[in-house]
Ligand binder design. Structure first.
Ligand code: NAD
Ligand code: GDC
Length: 344
């Protein structure tokens, strides 16, 4: 792979930023990194790469992004955690422009391999109604009843990739990521997912001296969370494999949201009063990744323990919040405490 040229799209975001770094470390020649955000807003920037700001919802920009490339990693999407995707279904659906123009431009440019980042949100909602849900296997995406907006777009784009793979010379690989967390991700602002949000809320409580935590839902919901290093390794394995159908890339270590809070409290050395918001965005009641297929095909599955990944994530967010200053943290905590900002 080392003399092949790669572009990472969505490189200014969480997973894309780590992917550029991970590929470079493994000797892949990442030539280009692309994101719609201005460079100063990227989470991570690698100087040895050509870093470009382009709006990939436009076909011409996609052609520029993939020009001269052998490998394309398509992670660009307007997305976030439940707080974002439940209220921005249209923006999520419009990601179809980016996904479609990207795969089409890659084919036109004679790219060899195309990776598409799909999501566990493609799975049929009726299979995720209880906390004690069975782990989702790949076939559980059909008959289709995915998360409205975000999940429909991912499912449609998966199928688009499938047909490009089937009917053109472009080899497409698709991973269904299950909730990914780690340092250098979004931890505030409304797009953050539960692991980062809970770390931030615990740190806010500690710094402000207000010993409460606001939790969305009743805390009994279950999820599995994949640490970023496993995500990057799995992405590379899937990209280089002969797996021509969408495949789960997620941890199978299931935890309740209350259990997640327990772990973060333990890392922080605090116990907080829990306040549950039953009308806050909750998503499905239970979700876990069935890893039989990835084990069968790759002999590998994500294995970083949640406790270990959360420790690293917590320490990183804590550092970020120190830089932000404890005064702003106190003010923010105060807002949360009084219920004026429920979604943050
Ligand atoms: P992220 O929001 O941190 O990164 C996505 C990046 O895409 C952002 O930097 C954003 O600016 C960029 N982008 C959005 N629209 C664009 C456009 N039109 N042109 C160019 N760039 C654009 O998200 P992430 O967590 O790094 O997720 C990466 C990919 O993985 C996404 O496709 C996401 O849907 C998928 N995914 C992520 C998770 C997760 O838990 N993080 C789970 C399932 C799937
Ligand atoms: O946002 P998320 O991590 O996304 O939420 C997980 C659960 O944690 C939800 O039930 C939510 O109500 C609960 N929760 C409790 N408190 C909080 O403060 C909080 N903030 C957040 N964000 N959640 C809280 C995600 C999608 C992604 C993606 C992955 C794929 O759904 O948002 O875009 O594709 O799934 O697995 P989640 O796991 O529902």
């Amino acid at each position: 792979m080392n003399n092949q040229k790669a572009v990472v799209c969505g490189a200014g975001g969480f997973i894309g930023g780590h992917l550029v770094k991970g590929l470079l470390k493994r000797g892949v020649q990442v030539v280009r990194a692309v994101d719609i955000k201005p460079l100063e807003d990227w989470f991570q920037v690698e100087d040895e790469v050509e870093n470009v700001s382009l709006d990939l919802s436009e076909k011409a920009s996609c052609s520029t992004a993939v020009e001269g490339m052998d490998l394309v990693y398509q992670l660009a999407a307007d997305m976030g955690g439940m707080g974002f995707i439940e209220k921005n279904r249209l923006s999520c659906m419009l990601n179809v422009l980016t996904s479609t123009h990207m795969v089409s431009a890659a084919k036109d440019a004679g790219v060899e391999r195309f990776f598409y980042a799909s999501s566990a949100c493609v799975y049929n909602a009726t299979r995720q109604t209880g906390a004690d849900v069975s782990a989702l296997k790949e076939s559980d995406a059909y008959p289709a009843l995915p998360e409205d907006g975000y999940g429909w777009e991912k499912l449609f784009s998966e199928r688009m990739c499938h047909h490009f793979d089937e009917e053109s010379n472009l080899t497409c690989r698709v991973a269904r990521y299950h909730n990914v967390y780690g340092p250098n991700g979004t931890w505030t602002g409304g797009r953050e997912k539960a692991p980062a949000a809970i770390c931030r809320k615990v740190i806010e409580a500690k710094m402000s001296g207000i010993p409460d935590i606001h939790i969305w839902g009743d805390g009994q919901q279950t999820r599995s969370f994949m640490y970023i290093d496993d995500c990057i390794q799995g992405t590379e394995l899937i990209m280089n494999s002969d797996i021509d159908e969408p495949i789960n890339l997620g941890s199978s270590e299931i935890v309740t949201i209350n259990g997640l809070v327990d772990i973060v409290e333990e890392i922080a050395g605090v116990r907080l009063k829990r306040i549950y918001h039953l009308d806050a965005p909750r998503g499905v009641m239970g979700r876990n990744s069935d890893n039989s297929l990835i084990m069968q095909r790759l002999g590998w599955e994500p294995s970083i323990r949640l406790r270990d990944g959360l420790e690293r994530t917590y320490r990183w967010i804590e550092k970020e919040m120190m830089v932000g200053g404890s005064a702003s943290v106190r003010a923010r905590s105060q807002e949360l405490h009084t219920g004026r900002v429920l979604t943050a």
